[in-house]
Write a protein that binds this ligand. Structure first.
Ligand SMILES: Cc1cc2nc3c(=O)[nH]c(=O)nc-3n(C[C@H](O)[C@H](O)[C@H](O)COP(=O)(O)OP(=O)(O)OC[C@H]3O[C@@H](n4cnc5c(N)ncnc54)[C@H](O)[C@@H]3O)c2cc1C
Length: 380
């Protein structure tokens, strides 16, 4: 049998692409995932922050579309963990005040609620942020959400299965070959044919397409997150401190996720340290305590690291390598909040239903050692 489309990778991007493909009228779509379940790699390790406070109008548009798709998955599955409406407070000092005020106006002009609060107002609204210096201000964006990427991906794959998607879990793609009439996808004990293949395998995408002789300008870098046990409980929104890049995400009444940005050098997705670094582990509780006394007795539950994919211009790589082989990768650490929209776009491009030449993966041919830059920033 030859599938019309095979999608490799069932993270947020690949799962979203699969749903789009089967609801676009294709009859034979196969989603292949190396792990035993969907979204167990970067998507499972994410903080799950969803915000319109991103650089670039196209990124904001992708977040807006993704919010609709998160909501659809939530409505279909009734899994309440998919979406949580926490809101976010972005802490900043006067050195960036003018810039943040400008971004606030831009958000408001785009109908996104956003207002600047003094430190007194922050503490009156969220008394647990009781350690802020009086010089700090906050940009309050009440519509920001937390999403559970694995629950979202599971809901989407369930919907897609109902619409005819075939799924193979626990099957690693070893190699692909592109021929003139088909693409061969080699698993450990079997080869499957497809008219087209979309590789949406996150930071593994580069390695997979290399087996077919292609290069994509993608450099995987490492991001860490910790889960803190908060024995006294707390009441916090999502918090992002611009000066340090520390961010906090509520995760239940006695659990708080805390991260501090990124390690901006290249890692091999098959060989990287998946646990947190010692200095990160020793530092992150203290960083959290600087913001809230509620973390005074916090204990570390777990610290982990995952990979994000950097590209030369921090924009995703979506489109064809040949007429039969397509990629969707280059998340820049903001790939959950844009992932559903980008998965959808990738499927549309692979099926010839949309074009995105500015995201074409060949646009930076030959770029290998470009600087890795974080994606979750205010600056374009
Ligand atoms: C610590 C951390 C915090 C983050 N926080 C946020 C956040 O708050 N908000 C946000 O928007 N983003 C965040 N991100 C980024 C986000 O996690 C990624 O952008 C997103 O998960 C990318 O999704 P994906 O589907 O492209 O990749 P993945 O989720 O990695 O999915 C790729 C899939 O491909 C599969 N695969 C790989 N190789 C093969 C193969 N050979 N055969 C078959 N299957 C294969 C993998 O098993 C995997 O399931 C964070 C990332 C990290 C690491």
């Amino acid at each position: 049998m030859k599938y019309e489309l095979i999608i490799i990778g069932a993270g947020v991007w690949g799962s979203s692409a699969a749903l789009r493909a089967v609801t676009s009228g294709l009859h034979s779509v196969l989603l292949i995932e190396a792990n035993a379940g969907v979204a167990m790699e970067s998507s499972a390790k994410a903080g799950g922050v969803v915000t319109n406070l991103l650089w670039g109008s196209e990124n904001v548009a992708w977040v807006k579309r993704s919010r609709q798709l998160f909501q659809t998955a939530y409505d279909a599955s009734r899994d309440r963990s998919i979406l949580q409406p926490y809101g976010m407070i972005t802490l900043f000092d006067e050195s960036v005040e003018n810039f943040v005020r400008q971004r606030t106006r831009e958000l408001n002009d785009d109908d996104t609620p956003a207002e600047i609060w003094s430190s007194d107002r922050i503490v009156s609204e969220f008394p647990d942020l009781d350690r802020l210096p009086s010089s700090v201000q906050g940009l309050w964006t009440p519509n920001d959400q937390h999403v559970n990427p694995t629950a979202y991906a599971q809901a989407v794959v369930n919907l897609a299965r109902d619409a005819g998607l075939s799924v193979r879990l626990g099957q690693r793609v070893m190699r692909i070959d592109v021929q003139s009439s088909a693409v061969s996808v080699h698993l450990a004990k079997e080869t499957i044919q497809a008219e087209r293949v979309l590789v949406a395998a996150g930071t593994w995408t580069g390695k997979i397409v290399e087996t077919a002789g292609f290069h994509v300008p993608l450099r995987p870098y490492r991001v860490q997150l910790a889960s803190l046990h908060m024995p006294e409980g707390y009441r916090l929104p999502m918090v992002w401190e611009l000066a340090t890049d520390v961010y906090l995400v509520p995760d239940g009444p006695h659990n708080l996720l805390a991260g501090d940005g990124t390690r901006l050098y290249e890692h091999d997705p098959d060989h990287y340290q998946t646990s947190g670094d010692d200095d990160f582990i020793s530092d992150i509780a203290a960083q959290t305590m600087r913001l809230t006394s509620r973390a005074q007795n916090a204990g570390l539950r777990q610290a982990w690291a995952g990979l994000c994919g950097g590209t030369p211009d921090r924009q995703p790589l979506i489109g064809p390598l040949t007429s039969r082989l397509f990629v969707a990768c280059g998340d820049q650490g903001i790939g959950v909040m844009r992932g559903p929209a980008l998965g959808e776009l990738a499927a549309d491009v692979a099926l010839g239903q949309a074009q995105a030449p500015h995201l074409n993966p060949m646009r930076y041919q030959g770029h290998r050692d470009f600087p890795i830059r974080a994606g979750f920033t205010l600056e374009s």
